[in-house]
Design a protein around this ligand. Structure first.
Ligand SMILES: *Cc1c(COP(=O)(O)O)cnc(C)c1O
Length: 395
């Protein structure tokens, strides 16, 4: 019973919706696509790999002819590590722009790689800006690459990726992008932002299941990356060279995950591609945020920085509010939310991505309203400290 129309399948299967940034709620047809086995060297599976790479490249917009797509086994972080290890030569230096957990993880990766980097740490959610990037690059000619996190999923902030990439390119540096939680829903046209490489993974906005990610990079950058990698299994050039020659992945591919991903790509195209998907997520966010604000909840971020991927809310000040109880009660109503990751004030997150629509989001808000009632929380208004914290953003 494949489902092409929203609202989707989870209630029918008796599963809660995952209001999380991946793994996320997938369609029935995506799950169903995994009900058979493929031989990794067989022509059928090689054709599936080829098809998947082509379809991903087709999402890039004009200018895609210069790019190629290299899938890598593992979760998204494996791809970040593969990208950094393959495109950053041993005597290169990376400017890492961090404003949350994923930027810091990229910096940590650079430490493991033993390659030079300069970390700009903006804290939990302040966006890095183009002028400060320009200034740092002017002062440090050793920097060869700038790493940008497209949507920093830990706060949900949508970083000004074009502004940052423009600053890097104006200074003659290369751009690497972690677009893990944005690719497929937010436009990143290569005719506009000519990045050297970017990464995303199967279980985010394309709405597949977890098991691999992919690097999309300029073909000349891939060719030049030979011999750079610190790692056998994370060598983007070697994976690409083998795929080009034999059509195969170098080591055991996640065959079922690739089959599911091809189904997910069909759903993505049917929905209208990047614009259609981004449109649904934006409506999800708008309906959810509006409803939550009516209950007294406040978002960490001003509207300008709110991504349509995931939204951070402050926990209410009311002493009857306790996050673990809120979480359990929301789960019992069919919604799995996500704990927050801020250091200063308590927060939680609600994802907007996956197989759900604005009707689902209305149910989420209704579940939150009932849960507050059950907890005897009068209003969801946050403590003053949270609002003071947020003022820093506007400053
Ligand atoms: C999900 C995500 C990653 C990768 O995380 P994994 O847990 O390794 O899949 C990296 N960067 C961002 C911005 C993400 O949202």
């Amino acid at each position: 019973m494949p489902s092409n129309t929203l609202p989707i399948v989870s209630p029918r299967l008796g599963e809660p919706y995952l209001l999380t940034p991946g793994p996320l709620t997938t369609s029935y047809e995506v799950k169903e696509a995994m009900l058979r086995d493929w031989g990794s060297w067989d022509d059928d599976f090689r054709a599936m790999t080829r098809e998947m790479r082509n379809q991903l490249l087709a999402l890039l917009g004009d200018g895609r002819a210069d790019y190629d797509c290299v899938p890598i086994q593992g979760s998204g972080s494996y791809c970040v590590e593969a990208m950094l290890g393959s495109f950053v030569a041993r005597d290169d230096k990376v400017l890492v722009l961090a404003n949350g957990a994923y930027g810091l993880r990229a910096a940590k990766t650079m430490e493991y790689l033993g390659r030079d980097f300069h970390l700009v740490n903006k804290g939990d959610y302040m966006p890095p800006r183009g002028d400060e990037v320009a200034e740092i690059l002017a002062q440090d000619p050793a920097i060869t690459h700038v790493l940008i996190i497209h949507c920093e999923t830990s706060s949900g902030i949508l970083n000004p990726v074009e502004e940052l990439a423009d600053a890097a390119h104006a200074a003659g540096r290369k751009v690497l992008i972690d677009s893990m939680s944005a690719f497929g829903a937010l436009p990143l046209d290569v005719s506009r932002v000519k990045y050297a490489a970017m990464v995303s993974s199967a279980n985010k906005c394309i709405e597949g299941v977890p098991g691999f990610g992919f690097v999309i990079a300029r073909r000349d950058e891939i060719e030049a990356a030979e011999g750079n990698s610190h790692s056998l299994s994370l060598d983007v050039h070697a994976q690409w060279a083998t795929m080009e020659k034999t059509g195969q992945w170098r080591f055991t591919p996640p065959t079922h995950v690739v089959a599911a991903f091809l189904k997910a790509l069909e759903g993505h195209a049917r929905e209208g591609g990047v614009a259609g998907r981004g449109g649904r997520y934006t409506r999800n966010r708008d309906v959810m945020v509006e409803g939550m604000r009516k209950l007294g909840f406040e978002t960490l971020l001003a509207d300008r920085w709110l991504s349509p991927i995931i939204v951070t809310f402050f926990c209410p000040a009311d002493p009857n509010f306790e996050f673990t109880r809120f979480y359990e009660l929301m789960k019992s109503k069919g919604f799995i939310i996500y704990p927050g990751k801020l250091t200063v004030v308590d927060s939680f997150r609600v994802g907007c991505i996956g197989q759900m629509d604005e009707n689902t989001m209305r149910q989420v808000v209704e579940a939150a309203r009932e849960t507050l009632d059950e907890m005897d929380v009068g209003t969801a208004a946050p403590p003053q400290a949270a609002l003071d914290e947020r003022k820093k953003l506007a400053a």
